[in-house]
Design a protein. Structure first.
Lengths: 124, 124
DNA sequence: CTCATTGTTAACCATTTGGTTAAGTTTAAG
DNA sequence: CTTAAACTTAACCAAATGGTTAACAATGAG
């Protein structure tokens, strides 16, 4: 949990692709082999293999090799961290913080968060 | 909220870039103009302009034009939806669903986990 | 009017991404 | 031993991405 910047980057990049999000969704229903994962997708097995690798590198997928089949399952920890990253900006508290910050800028510019220059009220 | 697949795609793609996540973080501190946003970044203004456009297209940023300056502020609604997408897979409830689903699949393959009804409540 | 400020658009470029097919590897089966 | 199955790796390709500089547009200031 210390240096999560690179991890969070991998996580969000991995989730940026619809195919990979669909794989995550699939795995949420239960573990699956590579061919099982590939089955619904209109693309080749190597393509899916790459996607799985990317999810694995992002820590979103763990692979249990049993003989020649690779059993894949979802690992939710990176999802939790992505959720936490997002929650910084979606909580009620931060909404309040945001409003307050803007108010402070209006009241005494230059005192608060960023060195804003003067602030005009939006026109009606 | 009907066809959120494309929206969620735009949102996650937008958040997949570290520069854009940093912009989101910056805007969470309060609104800012384009040059203010660009100031800390070691890249040209047009590069930032493009990032802002992508965030805007994703609905994560709203632009208020006042004369020649564009005041940008964060819009958290897409973040909430991204959070909700993630939460499908990070709640305790779904962890249970996953484990039980795997058990049920082992016990009676062909039955889908979601067809069963005795699930525990999610934890906060 | 003239000039600076604020920002976008255009044209271009290198790298990354997401896909392909073909070949290789490992394991299970006959 | 031979062959099939389950995947991965390699080599390649087109398109998307993220950046650049130069030119353009619109607004505010002198």
């Amino acid at each position: 949990m210390v240096n999560n910047e690179i991890e969070i980057d991998r996580t969000f990049s991995a989730l940026g692709d619809p195919t990979r999000r669909a794989i995550v969704q699939r795995l949420a229903m239960g573990e699956a082999t590579v061919t099982e994962i590939a089955q619904p997708f209109p693309m080749s097995l190597p393509a899916i293999s790459k996607h799985i690798r990317i999810l694995e590198d992002a820590g979103l997928l763990v692979r249990l090799k049993e003989g020649r089949i690779h059993r894949c399952q979802l690992s939710v920890e990176p999802l939790r961290e992505a959720k936490q990253w997002i929650e910084q900006y979606t909580t009620f508290w931060n909404a309040q913080l945001d409003s307050l910050g803007q108010y402070l800028q209006q009241a005494s510019p230059g005192l608060h968060p960023k060195e804003h220059t003067s602030w005009k009220k939006p026109l009606p």
